[in-house]
Design a protein around this ligand. Structure first.
Ligand SMILES: NC(=O)c1ccc[n+]([C@@H]2O[C@H](COP(=O)([O-])OP(=O)(O)OC[C@H]3O[C@@H](n4cnc5c(N)ncnc54)[C@H](OP(=O)(O)O)[C@@H]3O)[C@@H](O)[C@H]2O)c1
Length: 193
């Protein structure tokens, strides 16, 4: 069964955008030369051998549509994208990779149907992974921890229930642009069923 893997770039002080909502330096690590990198130091959308579908929030979709176009964040790899939105979203371009879901359970079910047995990457912004965490639907969390202090912006780990989420560290990789961290989400009965 497809696993749901949340993958995001975060500043050292816990923000996924800067104070003006722009990504600032958070994506430099992924825009540079990825030659010689593998595994968690490579964006999920570059790994169609492992990931078969993408889930994102409406704001991320609408902010990114001008650069993603019909192909979505994986560009020529054309991974299907499920956009979580309460009331639909901006009309996607013709021949686009996008479908819409009105909640995270619906988004996960649609993505599982589209992923062909591969894993699903939950790419953010912040409110969608927060909803996934509240619903206990994530199997893994990958944080690309960027060595910058933004001082404000969209905080990643907000709006969660008071119950803590336990994580098991499973991998870490360091390069000069980010520290790539991979955690398994654990439940009281062990790993997520
Ligand atoms: N640092 C990174 O790696 C990274 C990655 C991705 C995105 N980003 C940035 O993150 C920012 C957006 O993050 P965000 O948290 O503000 O927005 P978001 O998660 O992208 O989208 C928020 C929207 O998603 C819908 N939504 C969220 N939870 C829902 C639920 N449980 N059920 C139904 N719909 C739900 C709502 O749509 P409705 O308005 O229709 O209710 C909500 O307004 C952007 O600036 C983007 O550039 C950063």
């Amino acid at each position: 069964m497809s696993r749901a893997v949340f993958d995001i770039s975060m500043s050292l002080d816990g923000f996924i955008t800067g104070p003006d909502q722009t990504p600032r330096a958070l994506h430099d690590w992924a825009d540079g030369d990825l030659e010689g990198r593998s595994g968690i130091a490579v964006p999920d959308t570059w790994r169609p051998d492992v990931f078969g579908a993408v889930i994102c929030g409406r704001r991320t979709y609408e902010d990114s549509l001008p650069s993603w176009g019909a192909d979505g964040p994986s560009l020529s790899r054309r991974l299907p994208v499920v956009v979580v939105a309460h009331d639909g979203g901006t009309q996607p371009p013709a021949n686009g990779v996008y479908t819409f879901a009105n909640g995270v359970e619906d988004a996960l079910a649609q993505a599982q149907g589209l992923a062909g047995g591969k894993d699903i990457t939950v790419m953010g912004g912040a409110s969608v992974p927060q909803a996934f965490l509240r619903a206990g639907l994530l199997d893994e969390i990958k944080i690309h921890l960027v060595p910058v202090i933004l001082g404000g912006g969209t905080r990643l780990f907000d709006n969660l229930d008071s119950e803590s989420v336990r994580l098991r560290p499973i991998e870490v990789e360091q390069d000069d642009q980010a520290t790539h961290l991979r955690y398994q989400v654990v439940t009281e009965s062990g790993d997520r069923p």
